[in-house]
Design a protein around this ligand. Structure first.
Ligand code: ZN
Length: 598
């Protein structure tokens, strides 16, 4: 059996006894562990206080803790490490931080899960301290229980930060009209944080403040706060950007000269800060605000070349609010890439800059940006993508391009190792460009790259070769399944086997199976869709019959997929989310086929 992350040092001992002794229990590493230990004994063991955190199962009442190995020094990055010793006298897990004890306990449970009762020692520690997961709620609103189970997964794979981009799922009190009917209650926002905190995961709220405010600016009552009021006139009736004349649309950005717009975003930011009292960071977003300086007022105020000055002023202003609340602001890096040294100098150096680059081929750029920003005095964290890095390419609309995703993780691991940055964030984008865009691959297609990122952040020298078998072993409990290799048919056979044999995560296996099929459907629908014109032309009946037969195969496949995909989405999301997802996949080509076949 494989473990994710792979322990750094693991040494198994021969043993005759079949079970770890228990009876006496003790821990000082939090209520969660206390609850778990109670399944193994009810009598409290006496443990000598030596300033460490521990979890103990023992046949003896009085316990002397083992000394920590030299590898587990008190540097910040090694604090999450643990020493585990399991033998005939019981189990001892010790760490400098309660989080380390939890990780040791989770490993021990994994060791026990497949009935390979483990006697021996483990020394394990992380190579990075900032191990973040991110998700946005632009498309889809997971049920509350699902949010909690996602946090359980993150904890099991040792993520310690969770950047939560609520979008309009946050219960804004002053601007209630911004909040979607499907949203977290204030109590749920608190419960999510408490649940994560018990698992030593910090929730970092993300509140956009300049761009990507589609969820607000699409509402008529906020139109007047937009930066772009009209689409620009061009000499051709089309633009060369894949998504329109300007980079996105006219509802992305607020006008930076409009104090009414600031009053709204600052009020939203204040609420976000207050609702996360224990978060040490607040992510301010501030990415992809490419349409700034589109309005006359802004051009007058900042000058035609004043975009960077406008932007620097904005993030200093927003960061000031976060810093005043005793927290550290984070911003995405993309708008700073073309800043001069003197423009960078104008920014508050307490801002953490998160560089998002989603391809292995970005390695050189990632290093350049990292070094430049570090030299300028900023703390830098990386960001990789588990899906959506492919953009709106149709063949990756239903499944992430895993090969690229793994390469992306490898790239950030390399930059962390070479340039000493302390971790990265694994992003999960629900769609490509803001609240109004259609959903991209379904959430639960992410776990393969997400677990590899967990492995990489813990062990910077981890390799992606063979990781799919390790993933199948650890995540599904199925051995010898090279899940994401070979032809489409081979892969499909493999995921079918995993669906039949899996010991855990059967839902996620079913998601991959359904979405691999949807992916196959997508390519068929595209290929056959472009042949349909022949049905309206003067070609032989034999040609028309071939096209009709192909189209009927696509139709049959779609009818089989629709209820399957709907069921998968509806299990953890709302009925309306399921409806949106199914329509986004099938509506348009169903209408097209009907038009030609009728
Ligand atoms: Zn403006």
């Amino acid at each position: 059996m494989y473990f994710i992350p792979q322990p750094k040092f693991i040494k198994e001992q021969e043993h005759t006894s079949s079970n770890t002794a228990s009876g006496y229990i003790a821990t000082n590493a939090g209520a969660l562990l206390e609850g778990e230990l109670k399944r193994f004994g009810s009598s409290a063991a006496c443990v000598e206080d030596c300033g460490l955190y521990y979890a103990i199962l023992s046949s003896e009442k009085s316990i002397t803790l083992p000394e920590l190995p030299a590898e587990l020094d008190d540097s910040a990055v090694r604090k999450d490490g643990f020493y585990l010793n399991a033998g005939e006298n019981g189990l001892q897990i010790v760490s400098r931080h309660p989080r380390g004890v939890l990780y040791g306990w989770q490993l021990w449970k994994q060791l026990a899960a497949d009935e390979t009762n483990f006697f021996g020692t483990v020394i394990d520690y992380s190579d990075t301290a900032f191990r973040a997961f991110h998700m946005d709620m632009r498309y889809g609103f997971p049920k509350f229980e699902r949010m909690l189970s996602i946090i359980d997964e993150l904890s099991a794979y040792r993520y310690n930060k969770f950047i939560l981009e609520y979008e309009n799922r946050f219960p804004y009190q002053k601007h209630t009209d911004i909040t979607d009917p499907l949203h977290f209650t204030p109590e749920q926002v608190g419960e999510i944080q408490a649940y994560a905190a018990q698992r030593f995961i910090e929730i970092i709220p993300l509140q956009q403040t300049i761009g990507h405010l589609e969820y607000m600016l699409k509402l008529p009552q906020y139109y007047h706060l937009r930066e772009m009021r009209n689409f620009p006139e061009t000499d051709k009736p089309y633009g060369f950007n894949s998504v329109g004349f300007k980079h996105y649309n006219d509802i992305d950005e607020i006008c930076a000269s409009n104090e009414d717009a600031y009053a709204v975003v600052e009020s939203m930011l204040d609420e976000m800060i207050i609702a996360h009292p224990d978060s040490s960071y607040v992510h301010l977003g501030c990415d992809e605000a490419w349409n700034l300086l589109s309005c006359k007022k802004c051009i007058e105020k900042f000058g035609v070349n004043g975009a960077n000055r406008l932007y620097a002023g904005h993030i200093n202003r927003m960061a000031g609010k976060v810093l005043a609340a005793g927290k550290t602001p984070i911003v995405w890096d993309d708008m700073l890439r073309h800043f001069t040294d003197s423009e960078l100098e104008q920014l508050d150096k307490r801002i953490v800059i998160m560089i998002w680059l989603y391809y292995e081929s970005n390695y050189k750029l990632a290093k350049q940006l990292t070094q430049r920003l570090c030299n300028a005095g900023f703390t830098v964290i990386g960001a990789a993508a588990s899906k959506c890095g492919e953009g709106p390419e149709p063949q990756y609309l239903d499944m992430p391009w895993y090969e690229l995703r793994m390469g992306n993780v490898n790239m950030w691991g390399r930059v962390c190792a070479e340039d000493g940055i302390d971790g990265f964030c694994m992003t999960v984008w629900s769609n490509y460009s803001g609240t109004i865009a259609p959903p991209h691959p379904f959430f639960d297609t992410i776990w393969y790259p997400v677990l590899f990122a967990a492995e990489k952040m813990w062990n910077l020298d981890a390799v992606s070769d063979g990781f799919d078998e390790r993933f199948a072993s650890s995540f599904f409990g199925v051995e010898g399944a090279a899940l994401f290799h070979g032809s489409t048919a081979t892969r499909f056979k493999c995921i079918e086997r995993v669906c039949r044999e899996c010991k855990r995560h059967s839902y996620e296996a079913e998601v991959i199976r359904a979405m691999e099929l949807t992916s196959i459907y997508r390519l068929k629908a595209l290929a056959i869709g472009r042949e349909l014109y022949k049905l309206n032309m003067d070609v032989t009946q034999a040609e028309k019959n071939i096209i009709r037969n192909r189209a009927h195969e696509v139709n049959a496949m779609r009818e089989e997929l629709k209820p399957l995909v709907r069921g998968i989405v509806a299990k953890y999301y709302s009925e309306s989310d399921a409806d949106v997802f199914v329509r986004s996949r099938f509506d348009a080509d169903e209408a097209l086929m009907q038009k030609y076949l009728s």
